[in-house]
Write a protein that binds this ligand. Structure first.
Ligand SMILES: [Zn+2]
Length: 298
């Protein structure tokens, strides 16, 4: 999720950053729903990017020889089911990097969803989120182009998922010629995970790392809070182990080099050691600015 001014979540003039430079070098493919822009990252990996909304969420379709994995389902504004079934006509399993609202919006349109074995995550998928909890994301200015026909922003909500299954650290999604292992990476949220394809050295990082402001401060009334110390431990765990992987992130731009995790670790180390190089942002939170990203703590 992103930061604030007037409605507490949306940055001012967010669309000025668009189109982001990296997309010019990626292969854009047809999207069955124009709300999403679809880019082919590898032969079998598609980034499904919601570039018309300030959250700029990216979900991924990973296609194996036997079945496909859909990593997150986005904001629930467009029809992601239509998009992915037009790209792949076999079995598609949904799995989550975490259950913040902007990654679970399309679950209702799939038969099954997989998520970390965490009570809050399970409950959120089962219950969904009502209008009051997500309305700040459909205020005026949140979208840069009209919403899709049929989307009713006055009744925006996250609908419940259907059948929910849970996984633990080490669980592997076997797609046939491709395997994705779950790494538990709490901190941004208690239910955050990454998915690692060791053979091709690809790591889907969710919201634990993306090229923008990282959130180590979020508080939810359901207890799904960020935790700086756990976040720091997560970065320690993955930084050196995955620094030679290709990272695929969940907001703004998909591709990053694993070496950036080393920079993120240095940044967390610096903050943990009491750095005073922060500014207080408009919400009175500490914002530490680094070269390619920032970190907000409470
Ligand atoms: Zn997010």
């Amino acid at each position: 999720m992103s930061n604030k001014p007037k409605n507490n979540v949306m940055p001012e003039n967010w669309y000025d950053a668009l189109p982001r430079a990296q997309y010019a070098s990626l292969l854009k493919v047809e999207s069955a729903d124009p709300w999403f822009s679809v880019y082919q990252i590898r032969n079998n990996i598609f980034a499904i990017y919601e570039d018309k909304h300030f959250q700029e969420v990216i979900s991924y379709l990973v296609i194996g020889s036997n079945k496909a994995l859909l990593i997150d389902t986005g904001l629930g504004i467009g029809d992601i089911h239509k998009v992915v079934t037009s790209l792949y006509d076999g079995e598609i399993t949904v799995a989550h990097t975490h259950t913040h609202f902007d990654h679970i919006g399309g679950d209702y349109s799939f038969k099954e969803s997989y998520v970390l074995n965490n009570e809050i995550a399970f409950k959120r998928l089962r219950r969904g989120l009502d209008y009051e909890e997500v309305k700040s994301n459909v205020e005026d200015g949140c979208n840069s182009e009209p919403y899709p026909d049929g989307f009713d922003k006055e009744n925006y909500c996250i609908k419940p998922a259907n059948k929910i299954f849970t996984f633990e650290e080490g669980f592997t999604f076997d797609l046939g010629n491709m395997k994705l292992e779950v790494l538990e990476t709490p901190g941004h949220s208690p239910d955050s995970v990454m998915f690692a394809d060791h053979e091709n050295k690809i790591l889907f990082t969710g919201d634990t790392f993306y090229p923008a402001t990282l959130y180590a401060h979020i508080n939810h009334n359901d207890g799904s809070n960020s935790d700086f110390q756990r976040y720091h431990n997560t970065i320690k765990k993955i930084a050196s182990a995955y620094c030679d992987y290709t990272l695929l992130t969940s907001h703004n731009e998909p591709l990053r080099c694993g070496i950036e995790l080393i920079k993120v670790l240095k940044a967390f180390d610096e903050i943990a050691s009491g750095s005073d190089k922060y500014i207080l942002d408009e919400n009175n939170l500490k914002k530490y600015q680094f070269e390619d990203f920032a970190i907000i703590t409470s």
